[in-house]
Design a protein around this ligand. Structure first.
Ligand code: AHR
Length: 337
């Protein structure tokens, strides 16, 4: 349990995050954290403490995912929201079961971080029929727009473009690139794949010589990189990893092969998690493109607005940067994940 001081500190952090995410002007809390409003003549509005929210998390595959889970749980505790959390352990059928259970429990709003882009129409329709709004957190689902109220999270396509521009700069536009793709059919894997290739069209000297999924995990990142090295060896001059965990696994594989990660093979990944900063400080990673997992406070703010019948934008994008080894040491202590 949190002490009173921790709770006060956490509330300050949550408020700071609410105001640091894009679109916060339109979403500044309308209702005080712990009181429902009862203006005369109007329907009484819910406050955070009246809210029951479900969160169907997809799993715990990465440092990013653990930070996302912690952000949602902490925000709920600080704001006094009743949270029903489930972890699907990287299985879509588990996530669908979890959503059905949340529908049966009659929660006010369901947040879903969809494992894959496809396969959600049916269960989202069930939620709509039950009158329970769906908020997509982090990842897009390929469903008609009337099946969810809003999507909050990153521009994965732009992340892929940013990564490609950095690889081009690091290699002067001449590279044999291997790519570690994220979970097959997931929105970030699809968009980071496409965004990267969009930019590569302008660089005839940059070639993708191998591309395979490492499922966003460190273990599979290592395994797939070992296979790439076995086939292409010293021909590989650059690695693009769809997340930091896979890059960290690949770094181990490169070292075991006898090459210098970050020097013999330039490496760019996505997320900007602490592990990536440590690798940059050690000179083993050349850049990381930020993807912000700290979505909990904003998610609950949107859930409250939706539960109170307010209109919210269809997409609430995160604001994100890019980080390089040059100042990684100074920045690392400020990182929250
Ligand atoms: O959907 C966000 C992605 O999912 C993160 O980049 C990755 O680390 C995670 O598994």
């Amino acid at each position: 349990m949190m002490t009173k001081v921790t709770r006060i500190l956490m509330r300050a952090v949550v408020q700071a995050v609410l105001f640091s995410i894009a679109g916060c002007e339109r979403f500044s809390p309308q209702v005080p954290a712990d009181h429902a409003s009862t203006s005369p003549g109007a329907e009484p509005k819910k406050g955070y403490k009246d809210l029951i929210v479900g969160y169907a998390q997809l799993g715990a595959e990465s440092e990013w995912r653990s930070a996302n889970t912690a952000s949602v749980k902490e925000a709920a505790e600080v704001l006094g929201v009743e949270l029903k959390f489930s972890d699907a352990q990287q299985k879509q059928e588990n996530q669908i079961k979890a959503i059905r259970s949340l529908i049966a429990q009659r929660v006010d709003v369901i947040g879903v971080a969809p494992l894959t882009e496809t396969g959600w129409d049916h269960v989202f329709k069930e939620a709509r029929e039950a009158g329970i709004p769906i908020i997509l957190v982090d990842r897009r689902a390929a469903v008609p727009p009337d099946l969810y109220v809003t999507l909050m999270g990153s521009d994965f396509l732009e992340e892929g473009r940013k990564a490609a521009r950095i690889v081009a700069e690091l290699t002067n536009g001449q590279a044999n690139i291997v790519e570690l793709v994220g979970t097959i059919d997931s929105a970030p894997a699809n968009d980071r794949y496409r965004g990267f290739r969009e930019i590569l069209k302008d660089y005839p000297g940059m070639k993708i010589i191998a591309s395979e999924s490492g499922d966003f995990t460190l273990a599979q990142g290592k395994e797939v990189m070992e296979a790439f090295l076995k086939t292409h060896g010293r021909d590989i001059t650059a690695l693009y990893a769809h997340n930091d965990d896979m890059a960290l696994g690949a770094i181990k594989a490169i070292e075991e092969y006898g090459l210098r990660p970050g020097v013999d093979i330039k490496i760019v990944s996505v997320d900007a998690a602490r592990g990536a900063f440590e690798a940059m400080i050690a000179g083993k990673l050349n850049a990381t493109v930020e993807c912000n997992p700290l979505l909990g406070p904003k998610f609950l703010q949107l859930a409250l607005q939706v539960a109170n019948g307010e209109t919210v934008p269809k997409w609430v994008p995160s604001e994100e940067g890019v980080f390089f080894p040059g100042n990684a040491k100074e920045i690392l202590p400020t990182r929250k994940y």
